[in-house]
Design a protein around this ligand. Structure first.
Ligand code: GRF
Length: 195
């Protein structure tokens, strides 16, 4: 299963995927490309260290979202992906892009969806007095953070937690969750969906 990963920043989830592939724990999945919308995305260095081809498509070079998304497709499609993995990709994707990759586009979101779509998820979980938080991997559909849930992981919220400490605990859990989903999709343990 050919996997293309889209990032904007640190790429710690990408690193988890790289590490699992290196240790033979990613089923039949192979990372065939990493694309960032920023030249300074740290994850590009992680990919380069793992000898994965990298590409930058800088959103600031395009007149609008549709033009940027078309440029992204022009870079992604030649990589012939079976799965496009959003891992901290901080751009909202247009409807034509989502439609183009329908059923092979997944995202990880740092909350127990359907709670806390969008930003500031950890702060909002703390403010609500929740006892648990977590992360969700879901199929990407046109409505933000609303596609069918594939798998979730839960972590406790501790009495002294700040948004930062909770974020760190959730992120560590994401590093288990995301590779497990990619592996299970590659092995057919999780079925593709119609998104
Ligand atoms: C993660 O918390 C993920 O859930 C969210 O963006 C963050 C990406 O972190 N979508 P990293 O770049 O993988 O370290």
């Amino acid at each position: 299963m050919r996997v293309v990963c889209l990032i904007s920043g640190s790429g710690s989830n990408l690193q988890a995927l790289i590490d699992c592939e290196r240790h033979g724990q990613l089923g039949t999945a192979t990372l065939v490309g990493v694309i960032a919308n920023r030249q300074d995305a740290q994850g590009l260095k992680r990919a380069a260290s793992a000898m994965i081809p990298t590409h930058v498509v800088d959103h600031r070079s395009y007149a609008d979202r549709l033009a940027f998304d078309r440029a992204l497709i022009d870079v992604i499609d030649p990589l012939k992906p079976d799965l496009v993995v959003l891992a901290g990709f901080m751009r909202i994707l247009s409807d034509p892009f989502v439609e183009h990759y329908k059923g092979r586009l997944i995202n990880i979101h740092p909350s127990l969806l359907p709670k806390y779509k969008g930003l500031d998820t950890h702060q909002r979980a703390l403010a609500s007095g929740d006892k648990t938080a977590g992360a969700t991997v879901h199929w990407v559909t046109q409505a933000l953070d609303s596609g069918e849930i594939i798998r979730q992981i839960e972590v406790p919220i501790l009495p002294d937690d700040t948004a930062d400490s909770l974020q760190a605990r959730v992120l560590a859990a994401e590093h288990t969750l995301y590779p497990s989903v990619v592996r299970d999709l590659s092995l057919g343990v999780i079925s593709p969906c119609d998104a």
